[in-house]
Design a protein around this ligand. Structure first.
Ligand SMILES: C[S@@+](CC[C@H](N)C(=O)[O-])C[C@H]1O[C@@H](n2cnc3c(N)ncnc32)[C@H](O)[C@@H]1O
Length: 218
């Protein structure tokens, strides 16, 4: 049986007061933190592999155990699906059956990986960020992807972006951040008839409403 999951508790009751100026500051400056050796090496390895493949890319960021990446690889056999997560424990969870041939799972810190990919000119056709860590405390705005210095690089990757969350305000803030960056997003309830990630299944089984943001970043 799946564990029950608690609803998000936050000391915010609306979009963070500092969101717009935080995003503007990040859009106006380069993110200069040095790239970690590990993510640099992981990126070089997958970039070499991608160079040999003549198929559009789907990025599944924060893929956890990679179940969503496997589902996407099956749903898009004419694409190459790359799941990225920083947790080796999650990525190395064994799964039954034969892995799809168009799937690649990478352990990397996305704060570095997004920058390397955007600067190398990667333009995934689709980009999924499913159930990112919400960081619900107001003081943790900069840990949310839209409040982080790497946000402009996520936008720069382009493609059809899709985020899902059990916290509506996270996605509302992401939509506001995209608007500051010049893009429109759609935000709507998500039914998750067939959950494709463990978090999606957990939230759904707990009866929590789920939400989906989509945006065409070109
Ligand atoms: C709440 S879990 C969701 C996992 C999966 N998408 C799911 O729905 O089951 C968030 C995931 O984001 C990953 N993550 C958080 N920050 C990251 C970062 N900077 N780089 C790569 N992965 C990160 C975590 O390791 C974790 O697996």
């Amino acid at each position: 049986m799946e564990a029950k999951s608690k609803k998000i508790m936050s000391n915010q009751d609306g979009v963070h007061a500092n969101l717009e100026k935080t995003v503007q500051r990040h859009l106006a400056s380069r993110f200069r933190k040095p790239i970690s050796d590990h993510t640099g090496a992981a990126f070089q390895a997958v970039a070499a592999e991608l160079a040999r493949i003549d198929r559009p890319l789907i990025l599944d960021s924060c893929c956890g155990v990679g179940d969503s990446s496997r589902a996407l690889a099956q749903a898009f056999p004419d694409h190459w699906v790359m799941g990225v997560d920083k947790s080796n424990v999650r990525l190395s969870k064994e799964r039954d059956g034969v892995e799809p041939e168009n799937l690649l799972l990478v352990r990397a810190d996305l704060n570095d990986f997004f920058r390397l990919a955007a600067e190398a000119g990667w333009r995934p056709a689709r980009h999924y960020i499913l159930y990112p860590n919400p960081w619900p405390k107001a003081e943790h705005l900069k840990r949310r992807w839209h409040g982080a210095p790497v946000f402009p690089y996520i936008v720069g990757l382009g493609g059809r972006l899709e985020l899902r969350s059990n916290w509506w305000l996270y996605l509302r803030e992401f939509a506001v951040a995209l608007e500051v960056a010049g893009h429109r997003a759609e935000l709507c309830p998500y039914g998750a008839d067939e959950p494709i990630t463990p978090f999606e299944a957990k939230y759904k089984n707990s009866g929590q409403p789920l939400w989906q943001l989509t945006a065409d970043l070109g």
